[in-house]
Write a protein of this length. Structure first.
Length: 125
């Protein structure tokens, strides 16, 4: 069974229908990388929804990713990445893993304090 990662950046339920800050869910297997982007933020990058990774014929498409930024305690990148990896690889039957939900203040790790807007790469021709 596939696992999905859930994110919600909006602080109000009324804005849950916004594409970039409302509810977003992606396949866990579409996670490409996690990187430290400041002392208190990490960026998660995913295979793009609007673009397909090609066999190299369209070089401008190959490097486009969707992303989301997690805010966390200072220098807690490793702990956050570890919590994410543990949740994704656990034998638990949870199909949907809440990584960050600002409405319910539910996070994959106690170190995570907020989630930024989801960035969806624009479709490429």
């Amino acid at each position: 069974m596939a696992k999905y990662l859930y994110f919600r950046a909006t602080a109000t339920l009324a804005d849950d229908d916004q594409a970039n800050e409302g509810s977003n869910m992606v396949l866990a297997s579409d996670l490409i990388s996690c990187e430290a982007t400041s002392d208190t933020t990490s960026t998660l990058r995913f295979k793009p929804r609007m673009n397909a990774f090609s066999g190299g014929e369209a070089a401008n498409v190959d490097y486009i990713t969707d992303s989301v930024v997690l805010t966390h305690g200072a220098n807690k990148h490793k702990a956050v990445f570890g919590a994410l990896a543990k949740a994704v690889n656990s034998g638990a039957k949870d199909d949907m893993l809440v990584v960050a939900d600002d409405v319910d203040s539910q996070y994959i790790s106690a170190d995570v304090t907020a989630v930024g807007n989801f960035t969806i790469a624009a479709a490429q021709a």
